[in-house]
Write a protein that binds this ligand. Structure first.
Ligand SMILES: C[S@@+](CC[C@H](N)C(=O)[O-])C[C@H]1O[C@@H](n2cnc3c(N)ncnc32)[C@H](O)[C@@H]1O
Length: 387
């Protein structure tokens, strides 16, 4: 929808929505501000051929949800704000501020201005519209476009590679929606974690079938054969899901599976006393340094928020001479697959990964890339030793 249509939508329904919201919050100014939010959410989503009734029902649904969310959030806001202040380190906050300012500087001047006035200074819609000399309807439409552009730029700046894929393909609007200007980045990563958790919780019982579509069983058995295991190794499995990988090893000294999804780990259950399943994130492993002989990361590195830092964590927990084994997708350009699998990264180039591993002191590489299987990205594995 263009800005003229946006303004028409706002002028036609603003009063009705505002009055409806007043019924929830009993405060005229607040109802007006919430109504602006409702239109921000609705702009661009109304079908061109929608009937008046459909438009109304769409707007009322958003308004109702928004009012209920607002009332629920109000209860928690004070506590959360207090917590955020305590946990956010100044270093992180400064880094985030720098990023935000840089993005603002590069936006068109009218976008920059409106974001500063609304999201930084928190002026009312009325004051801003007077200041900019535009109607409140035009302001809502402008703010909508400015926030959208900001979100896109922000996404590019936090995860450049996949953001490019997202924005080029105009995919994953939901992700873009989550990036609120000036929201701490940490919340965004938490959101991504939650998405991954929800996805694997919903498909864990079908995961083996899904995996069979792109990963042949022989790839794993050939890999394990190539490792020439002795049976006395301490093995760490990162992103272990429901913990089935342990069954691939007839004997071992100790096996530990790590996953961020507690629900899946509960399904892995208690096995023998030399097997543990631990809830944790690969980016900061809850594991002592120099303690494992083998570290497997099967189809999980593409979920790492920061693969470089995660590789350093892997190196840290391996004993000297220990082996790191990464199995993952070769970098691909298939955003549909990326979106379906709830990945963060579009796979990795094995050569680039080896370069990164060299930088952190790993050596003695062997690798394998399997042939393309249907329309799925190719799979590779790399084995590297900690020097
Ligand atoms: C694609 S599944 C792979 C499961 C198993 N390794 C396999 O090959 O069948 C990815 C797993 O990584 C886990 N995961 C995603 N992000 C993670 C993170 N940051 N730290 C630890 N585990 C993570 C998910 O919960 C999920 O169980």
């Amino acid at each position: 929808m263009d800005s003229k249509n946006d303004e028409k939508l706002i002028t036609s329904y603003f009063e009705q929505i505002k009055n409806y919201l007043y019924g929830f919050v009993k405060d005229r100014e607040l109802a007006k501000d919430l109504a602006q939010d409702v239109f921000l959410k609705a702009l661009g989503k109304v079908r061109k051929d929608a009937s008046k009734n459909e438009v109304k029902s769409f707007l009322y649904t958003i308004a109702r949800n928004h009012a209920l969310n607002f009332l629920a959030q109000q209860k928690h806001t004070l506590d959360v704000e207090k917590q955020d202040l305590q946990t956010e380190t100044t270093e992180k906050a400064d880094e985030l501020k720098d990023k935000v300012y840089k993005i603002l500087e590069n936006l068109p001047p009218n976008y920059k201005k409106v974001l500063e006035l609304k999201d930084f200074e928190n002026y009312s819609y009325k004051d801003i519209s007077v200041n900019l000399g535009i109607s409140e309807a035009a302001l809502t439409s402008l703010l909508n476009r400015a926030r959208k552009e900001f979100k896109k730029q922000f996404l590019m700046s936090v995860a450049p590679k996949w953001a490019v894929a997202v924005s080029q393909e105009n995919k994953n609007q939901e992700l873009l929606e989550k990036i609120h200007p000036f929201a701490p980045q940490e919340n965004f990563w938490n959101y991504l974690n939650q998405k991954t958790i929800d996805y694997f919780s919903s498909i864990y019982d079908r995961w083996d079938d899904i995996k069979d579509e792109f990963l042949k069983k022989e790839v794993i058995s050939n890999l394990l054969e190539a490792l020439e295991l002795q049976g006395n190794e301490k093995i760490l499995d990162i992103g272990c899901g429901v913990g089935k990988f342990v069954c691939e090893f007839p004997i071992f000294d100790y096996f530990c599976g790590i996953d961020l999804n507690l629900g899946l780990l509960k399904k892995a259950g208690n096995q023998t006393k030399n097997v543990d399943f631990v809830c944790g994130e690969m980016e900061r492993l809850p594991i002592r340094s120099n303690s494992f002989d083998l570290l497997f990361c099967n189809l999980a590195l593409h979920h790492a928020k920061n693969p470089q830092e995660t590789l350093k964590e892997f190196e840290r927990v391996l004993v000297k001479g220990g082996k790191l084994i990464i199995l993952d997708f070769v970098k691909h350009k298939n955003p549909d697959f990326w979106e379906r699998m709830r990945n963060i990264w579009l796979g990795f180039s094995p050569e680039e990964l080896i370069k990164e591993l060299k930088k952190i002191g790993m050596g003695n590489f062997s690798s394998f890339v399997n042939e393309k299987n249907n329309n799925y990205p190719e799979i590779f594995w790399i084995v590297a030793n900690k020097k």
